[in-house]
Design a binder for this molecule. Structure first.
Ligand SMILES: [Zn+2]
Ligand SMILES: [Zn+2]
Length: 183
């Protein structure tokens, strides 16, 4: 796969898996295909469950209270799964870097790709550019989706246009209610 300079594909792939968790291994593989990975992996019986554990570890990074904690968690994850960078040219992708040893099973590959990709994304775009949808803080419309902010201005707060629109409607209603109350 291409780990582009900003780690964007990898971190978006992690968010896609976290926000819409596939029911089986084939679903996980299909998602990696949609998001740029071309490799085949040998099937291991625990792939689905172990990939879920990788995602749960990544969600702790998403929910970290501050940048030092976020860095600490990511450093531990990279230490556990990533290897020294290695140039590779598999499946006609062209030369690119892998931060893992060859021949690893699917969950280990995703753990390496997601942790290194997230580290690249945060260090190049900003340590705050990962979190939960701001609609989760609104009473009555909870949304816990992960937001990966890859926007130019770095101000993406909602996971979707839908959540942003619903929040705008609520703000409008609460302003209107305030005006009513004042008579
Ligand atoms: Zn590759
Ligand atoms: Zn949302």
């Amino acid at each position: 796969m291409h780990l582009n300079p900003y780690g964007e594909y990898a971190v978006l792939r992690a968010a896609s898996l976290a926000n819409d968790w596939p029911a089986d291994r084939a679903g996980i593989v299909a998602r990696t295909r949609e998001r740029g990975m071309t490799m085949d992996f040998r099937v291991e019986p625990d792939d689905h469950r172990r990939t879920r554990r990788v995602l749960d570890g990544w969600l702790a990074v998403v929910d970290a209270a501050d940048p030092p904690r976020r860095a600490e968690l990511l450093n531990a994850q990279m230490a556990a799964v990533a290897a020294y960078p290695r140039l590779t040219d598999h499946d006609g992708e062209g030369w690119h870097l892998h931060y893992r040893d060859d021949g690893r099973p699917l969950p280990d590959v995703l753990a390496a790709v997601i942790s290194v990709g997230t580290a690249l994304h945060l260090t190049t775009r900003g340590m705050h550019r990962l979190g939960r949808c701001a609609a989760g803080q609104d009473a009555g419309a909870p949304c816990t989706a992960v937001v990966v902010d890859v926007t130019r201005n770095g101000r993406q707060r909602y996971c979707s246009v839908r959540c942003a629109n619903r929040a705008a409607v609520r703000r409008h209603r609460s302003r209107a209610a305030l005006v009513d109350a004042r008579g």
